[in-house]
Design a protein around this ligand. Structure first.
Ligand code: SF4
Length: 461
């Protein structure tokens, strides 16, 4: 049986596929409370227990030149490049405000610029932001940290890539979605192949350590024949990581998606065929299926970390770094400090007003309970390392896991009968047929899921 046959079980995907969280946090953002304010965040930052980990810094740059109709990100569409300037000043002010709350000697082992389109900033603006960050936080010497940036190849040249490398970035994540011109037109993202090739070549020439590429299946006009060509082309370019996300059609939440003709979207059966194609083509080419939407070359650090059971998950997805405290900068950015998640105002006006008044822009958040922490650890182990070893959690939390989670383990009996998981006296293992459904397995341990509105989440398959 091929790897694809083991992973891809259409009967089980149809039976278990449902709407559910991606668990970049637990509890999910739906549990963030409106009465969480900057004072709560300050208290979390001042907690001495929080000061032992490295720091991770996330910067959200929300601007995009044009809209991609499928997009569900928090972004601001504008052709006016001048809008970056005041926002940049606000982010730099926020760097100062946040730096005052933390022991800034803590090494910054992760840094990420996301969006929107981070390269909407000019080269000088990028330099200014990185210089301010370096002035206030302990950025690491080259390659001691995992410093990544999301790149839209339509908004970057070889010169941009060289500049980013000189600023300290060593990992790139490229948005591609599909090379097919018909699909690109339907989603309003015209991106000739040459642009992607140029950026990837420049990244290699400049010594970027890891190149990751995002594709999407389930977009208008996609079919097995054309998407197979996209995958073939991508395999020739040989990125270290490939993520293939299932398009989540949620026009009730994202109005721009109404610009696409629903009749041109693949049917559920066609989506399944596309998913099977992805699994087959990438695993046959030697990529390791990490989980959810992610594939990596066996030499890539994600694949190695998973083999060593040291993979983690954060707001950017899978990560090899141990659990850092995460400081989020910019509108809508989410931070995780100790046992607290906190989110900045989502809109530019609210964000700018708070920062302009010399205040933190925190508008929402949640402090985890002991039960949340335990469940977060369980979900992380299942999602990242595909196994739950009871003794590790029992020692950490002083529980007997089978007794504490008797109801959850009971609910997993059906998953076990279907071959998604295997249970023994001391561990729960996600089997190959369960790997694509790992979100559904994790959902069994989510205390809040039943009370949340499933339509707020994307389909797990
Ligand atoms: S997909 Fe990226 S470039 Fe397109 S609108 Fe969304 S954030 Fe902007």
């Amino acid at each position: 049986m091929s790897d694809a046959d083991l992973l891809f079980r259409p009967d089980l995907l149809a039976k278990y596929g449902a709407n559910g969280p991606r668990y970049t946090s637990y509890p999910t953002a739906l549990q963030f409370r409106d009465d969480f304010d900057p004072a709560d965040y300050r208290r979390a930052a001042a907690d001495p227990g929080a000061s032992e980990t490295d720091l991770s810094l996330y910067f959200h740059i929300p601007f995009c030149d044009t809209v991609c109709f499928y997009c569900g990100c928090n972004k601001v569409i504008t052709r006016n490049r001048g809008r970056a300037k005041p926002y940049l000043a606000q982010m730099i002010r926020e760097v100062e405000l946040q730096a005052a709350l933390f022991d800034t000697k803590r090494p910054v082992s992760q840094l990420h610029w996301g969006g929107g389109t981070p390269t909407f900033l000019s080269l000088d603006e990028m330099s200014t932001l990185m210089a301010a960050t370096r002035e206030h936080f302990a950025l690491q010497p080259d390659d001691a940290g995992e410093y990544s940036i999301e790149i839209d190849p339509r908004e970057a040249t070889a010169h941009t890539i060289a500049h980013l490398r000189s600023l300290g970035f060593n990992r790139l994540s490229l948005g591609v979605q599909d090379f097919d011109p018909v699909v690109q037109k339907a989603v309003n993202r015209i991106q000739p192949l040459e642009l992607t090739v140029d950026v990837m070549n420049a990244a290699r020439t400049n010594g970027f350590e890891s190149i990751s590429v995002d594709l999407i299946y389930g977009l208008p006009y996609q079919n097995v024949k054309t998407f197979s060509r996209t995958l073939e082309t991508m395999l020739l370019l040989a990125p270290d990581r490939i993520s293939v996300f299932g398009y989540a059609h949620m026009p009730h939440l994202f109005k721009m998606q109404r610009q696409m003709d629903e009749a041109t979207l693949p049917t559920p059966a066609e989506r399944m065929a596309l998913l099977r194609l992805v699994i087959e083509q990438l695993t046959e080419a030697g990529y390791v299926y990490i989980g959810m939407d992610h594939f990596a070359l066996p030499t890539d650090e994600l694949a190695r970390a998973q083999a060593q059971r040291t993979l983690h998950r954060n707001f950017q997805g899978y990560s090899t770094r141990a659990d850092c405290d995460l400081i989020g900068f910019g509108a809508s950015a989410i931070g995780k400090v100790g046992d607290v998640y906190a989110q900045n105002a989502k809109d530019l006006i609210g964000y700018g007003a708070a920062i302009g008044a010399g205040k933190l822009a925190t508008t929402k958040g949640v402090r985890l309970t002991a039960d949340d922490r335990l469940r977060r650890d369980i979900i992380t182990e299942l999602m990242c390392n595909l196994e739950l070893r009871y003794d590790e959690l029992e020692a950490a939390y002083g529980i007997r896991l089978p007794a504490t989670f008797a109801a959850e383990l009971d609910r997993l009996r059906e998953f076990e009968r279907d071959g998604l998981v295997a249970r023994s006296a001391d561990r729960l293992e996600v089997l190959p047929a369960g790997r694509m459904l790992v979100r559904n397995i994790a959902m069994v341990f989510d205390r809040y899921f039943g009370a949340q509105q499933p339509e707020r989440f994307s389909r797990t398959i």
